[in-house]
Write a protein that binds this ligand. Sequence first.
Ligand SMILES: [Zn+2]
Length: 525
Amino acid sequence: MSEARLWTGGRVFTGRRYVEAVLADQGTVVAAGTETDVRRSAPTGVEVVRLEGRLVLPGLIDAHLHLGDLARFRSGLNVSEVRGLDDLLETIQKWASSHPDGPVVGRGLDVDRSLGGRWPLRGDLDRALADRPLILYHTSGHAAMANGRMLSEAGVDSRPVDELRGRVGKGPDGEPNGLLYEEALRWVAPSLATPVAPEEVVRTLEFLAAFGLTTVASMNVPPEELVELRGLASENRLPVRVRAYVRLLRVAELRPSEIAPAGLSGRFAVVGAKGFTDGAFGPRTAWLSEPYSDASDRDGLAVESDETLAGALKVANELGLAPALHAIGDRAVVRAARLLAPYVRRTGAAARIEHVGLTPPATLSVLETVRPALVVQPGFVWSDFWLPERLGAERVRWAYAFRTLADLGHRLAGSSDAPYDPPDPWRGLRAATERRDPLGRSANPDPREALSCEEAVRLYGVSAGETLGEPSLGSLEAGSRADLIVVDARSLAEAVRVGASAVRDTWVDGARVFSAGGPGPRQSR
Ligand SMILES: [Zn+2]
């Protein structure tokens, strides 16, 4: 906790309005308003921070990322920037020779951008590395390519044929070609479960604080990782707030004492449980009501049975955990809404659908009756630029339809899904407001779906805070937590245009956790 501090001499966006000054004491916002009014509330000896025309915003919230995977991604083999198959194989060999032990796990493979839409084959990977297990995760996290050694060590080859169907790709010879989808990824996971060092988690959070993030919600957290996060919280080592959503299918392993809220508004709390109802657009596993426009024999995958998901949601609810379901295809969004319906309530952490990729009118009417919170990733509007081919020009008009959803009164929360998309919230803010990326590409360029800068900031602010059941986050009105950022820009529009490099300071509980002038995370960006 900190002493009283007053920010003035620039503009302050509280999340609802613009004011001249904001005062925080003991980690809480005490007043926001005109400089005269705010100074009147200030105790003697208050420290005054001169903004020199800069902008103050509520600290940004990422309502859906994967903290452990992001930490692993940052310290592992990154194949997101490779250009072509030869470059990919060379990158693997180089990394393997400098990391001589254990399986090789690559992340961020963007088949559409890096390899012209063609997956490498098992034989290609065997050429690069045959004597150690190798797996490359698709950038969506919903598919992966494994070499022969990985497939045999995980026993994939020896599974019964009907288990393989739809989950394992086949070559012309009928043998598994190395491609793994959805549930098949879990067959290989045990041999890859590398724990993340606590220092890596802290460094990753420092890296996120440099973007102006002050709260992150980590999804699919396994019970082991909860223990680690709780340890870091009790040692006061979390620079930003972490809200955990445990793996839905593992909730039965949790004891109530492991969930007992660690004090909301603290640095750590277990908020909910998150499961899957379908896959992703990239590998064509998002579950659609009509086949893919570029693969008429496929309409995606429903992940898990309704019985399994409903049973786990019930257990989660009994433990006091808010439910969250991943759903990207329109058919999956309807499925998720029906499964969540018994748990939608007005107070506390919201029942939520993650991604909500495609919402044509029939899906919108189901959402209108159920009204879960919708956790979206504006960055996908740029990343999924190939989506018009997958869905066809007519249907894609309903993809990532933020304006349509907002106008229907749905609560939208902003997030990145990092490491499956870049963690930078400013990229998301810009994609939400401009739709097209700097090269003019977009998953759905329809300008009618663009949000204003203020609306976009609220997605990563008050709206995300309310979704987490903490309305004191993401706002700078009196009574809010003193989580704020100082940005080198005169207006919100300028800040969104400049992006992450404009963040000068990040404050959590009224204490500075990142400074652009200081040493540390800035260099690692
Ligand atoms: Zn995710």
